[in-house]
Ligand binder design. Sequence first.
Ligand code: ADP
Ligand code: MG
Length: 265
Amino acid sequence: MPAKIYAIANQKGGVGKTTTAINLATALAANNQHVLIIDLDPQGNASTGLGVEEDARDNSTYEVLLGECKPLDSLVKTDVPNLSIMPARVDLAAAELDLADAEARNHRLKAAIDDLIAATDRPFDYILIDCPPALSLLTINAMVAASDVLIPLQTEFFALEGMSQLFKTIEAVTEALNPELTIEGVVLTMYDRRNNLSDQVADDVRSVLGDKVYDTVIPRNVRVSEAPSHGQPALIYDHKCAGSQAYIALAAEMLRRTKPAEAAE
Ligand code: ADP
Ligand code: MG
């Protein structure tokens, strides 16, 4: 089965894209899936959150997109078995300009992933692309390379604000660049069960987006927010906390949806 490639996208910052990339990837890897995270945000939070030091990022998404290194040479193994990352450095921010006149500039990441898949001995089951908080050339590259878009949505009053812009972008990519692209699902993050508003927002989101919304909801959980400063996924930092358990449930739900035969074994 070819790799499922998810662009984890939402142009709003702070909605849980990186947290979802790290912890969903870890939970999938724990299910014996071979997983790769591509850090496509110049902030490099996914790289830092997985404990990849700056000096281990000589070959990063920047060099890969600019064609300055082989994609396979950029991969760093994380402490989580089955989980590798293509790290990012701050200079990825310059890629937008540096690629402005480049040939096939929207398809750079797709070409790199094709090259990577052809070069690797062990095929990936899941590739999760952690997008920057903008509908920029980087995010377009992710959507062109992806099979699906996974949208983290913060369970707050303005949750749906900006969604139409995101959907328009996905539609434009589908029409012009990647007809195969679909929306895999929407995951509600930072749900606060003590706050009545959270329930109301979750209901609203479900009534608008229907079964695209995962049953699993990620609660607001302080352990989840502490984990990155230790360079660890929450699932390793505190396996038992409510946030980790929710990401384990999300991975199980995703495996049921995408690999029904295997999950039933
Ligand atoms: P994005 O990548 O969309 O900008 P992040 O994943 O970096 O968002 O999350 C934004 C902030 O919220 C981070 O400080 C992160 O640790 C925190 N956070 C994310 N998910 C949770 C959660 N479930 N509970 C508590 N804090 C969270
Ligand atoms: Mg992020």
